[in-house]
Design a protein around this ligand. Structure first.
Ligand SMILES: [Zn+2]
Length: 260
């Protein structure tokens, strides 16, 4: 299947209007178009039903932030429109090897078992990647390069008949050096902004979703969005308060067995 990625930005709640112009600065219009369907919607700041609604410091004013997102043709297939459950997938350490600020397409290394796990999950869950990419704010790579990396990742997946519904990225960091992105935002995990945005956009039931990550920040983002969180990691059983799985394959078996 041909993947036609499309970047979009959600309309901001009025409280975030001030940030909007900062987000626009430096963002190439060609790569980031407002998502047509979403632009037509009225502005909303409501939290989705089922989210726990825990408000942390600094995020009480903005409930859902304009995470950069990338919707695939797979995500818009009519036969997937009834899916109310999703698996939120961290990128580095879950889908691909963590290369610490990966900035080259050539560095993409899909982890063992990922292809098989995603194939097994796809009929039952929307597959939504949620990734912090503060390398943009830190000036280590551009948004355009990040898009190249994700296009290449999607293409590698597609060649093996694996498709993601959508990709969400947070390019921000409060200590960043690149003006438009050097902000404390509500989409950077451990904040649940990307998940909340996706839950609203795809009309998901948080109680039927899972968050998979290899960091405590992933677990906190999942908790903040009211979804079940599973930790992926090589060891440390008992070290974390969250169920621990050695790889995506084992976690997939658990999710399929506990799908609601
Ligand atoms: Zn962000």
């Amino acid at each position: 299947m041909q993947m036609v990625p499309r970047f979009g930005r959600r309309q901001l709640p009025p409280s975030a209007a001030k940030q909007k112009s900062r987000h626009r600065g430096g963002v190439p219009d060609r790569a980031f178009r407002p998502h047509a369907a979403e632009s037509a919607r009225p502005r909303r700041t409501r939290r989705p039903t089922g989210a726990r609604g825990r408000q942390g410091r600094g995020r009480s004013a903005v409930t859902i932030t304009p995470a950069i997102h990338h919707v695939t043709t797979f995500g818009t297939q009519p036969q997937r429109s009834g899916l109310r459950q999703a698996v939120f997938l961290d990128r580095d350490g879950v889908l691909i090897r963590d290369k610490h600020y990966l900035s080259e397409v050539a560095g993409i290394e899909i982890l063992p078992g990922v292809i098989e796990a995603l194939r097994a999950l796809a009929p039952h869950f929307r597959l939504i990647m949620v990734t912090n990419q503060s390398g943009v704010a830190r000036g280590l790579f551009t948004v355009a390069r990040l898009a190249q990396i994700h296009d290449a990742l999607l293409a590698r997946f597609a060649r093996q008949d694996v498709h993601l519904d959508a990709l969400y990225c947070c390019p921000h960091h409060r200590d960043g050096t690149l003006a438009p992105y050097a902000i404390a935002c509500a989409c950077r995990k451990p904040q649940p902004g990307m998940l909340l945005h996706a839950i609203e956009k795809w009309e998901l039931d948080p109680a039927r979703c899972f968050m998979l990550g290899d960091q405590e920040s992933d677990m906190l983002a999942g908790q903040g969005a009211g979804v079940r969180s599973l930790m992926i990691g090589p060891d440390g059983a008992g070290k974390h308060a969250h169920p621990l799985y050695p790889d995506l394959g084992q976690a997939a078996r658990h999710m399929l067995a506990h799908a609601r």
